[in-house]
Design a protein around this ligand. Structure first.
Ligand SMILES: Nc1ncnc2c1ncn2[C@@H]1O[C@H](COP(=O)(O)OP(=O)(O)OP(=O)(O)O)[C@@H](O)[C@H]1O
Ligand SMILES: [Mg+2]
Length: 170
């Protein structure tokens, strides 16, 4: 599925839609260059799950932990500055308790992260952004079907995205 996000509000809308449709437990890899909108999407997503305090970009801390309104726990990671995949161990990530992983720059810790249920690729496109979604697991496939069934973000789909939303590609 391919979306065109004309402004940051559209990125927020997509993040909220993922929050509404996500499975009980989800691992999400957010790909895209510096400034592509990964943190914007993550922030809107966490807000929609009831996080009310400050949502800082984990640029230097590498990880931020958030208790969620439903009793779950979210991890927001930004691995841009990680020295290597081995450094993940030192972050003491509570994998078992985490119900949502939002990982920026997952390629920096290739192989050391849990596999994605959903991969989101963001890119600058003119004054806006493009977002491409790909399921990485059976849970992810069902999730994308749910996203397209709600229709809430259909106005943001590109014509190419409309076609591919009928047959999730992974
Ligand atoms: N769809 C959009 N159209 C235009 N601007 C956007 C859009 N989505 C987000 N932005 C803006 O892009 C800027 C950078 O966004 P953000 O910090 O989320 O990027 P990032 O991918 O997390 O970057 P980094 O890799 O540095 O962490 C912000 O000013 C944000 O408001
Ligand atoms: Mg960021």
């Amino acid at each position: 599925m391919n979306y065109f996000l004309a402004d940051a509000a559209a990125t927020d809308a997509l993040g909220q839609q993922f929050a509404r449709t996500q499975p009980a437990s989800a691992i999400v890899h957010l790909h895209g260059d510096l400034g592509a909108g990964k943190s914007t999407l993550a922030r809107a997503w966490l807000r929609a799950l009831g996080v009310s305090g400050a949502i800082r970009s984990p640029t230097y801390t590498l990880v931020e932990h958030y208790p969620l309104a439903d009793g779950g726990k979210a991890l927001h990671l930004d691995l841009y500055r990680i020295a290597g995949a081995g450094e993940l161990e030192f972050l003491a990530l509570d994998d078992a308790a985490a119900t949502l992983w939002l990982v920026e720059w997952p390629e920096r810790a290739e192989g050391a992260l849990p596999a994605a249920d959903l991969r989101i690729d963001l890119a600058v496109e003119g004054a806006g952004r493009s977002a491409r979604l790909a399921a990485g697991s059976a849970v992810g496939v069902t999730w994308l079907e749910r996203v397209s069934k709600t229709g809430a973000c259909d106005a943001l789909l590109t014509s190419e995205g409309r076609k591919s939303s009928q047959t999730p590609d992974m």
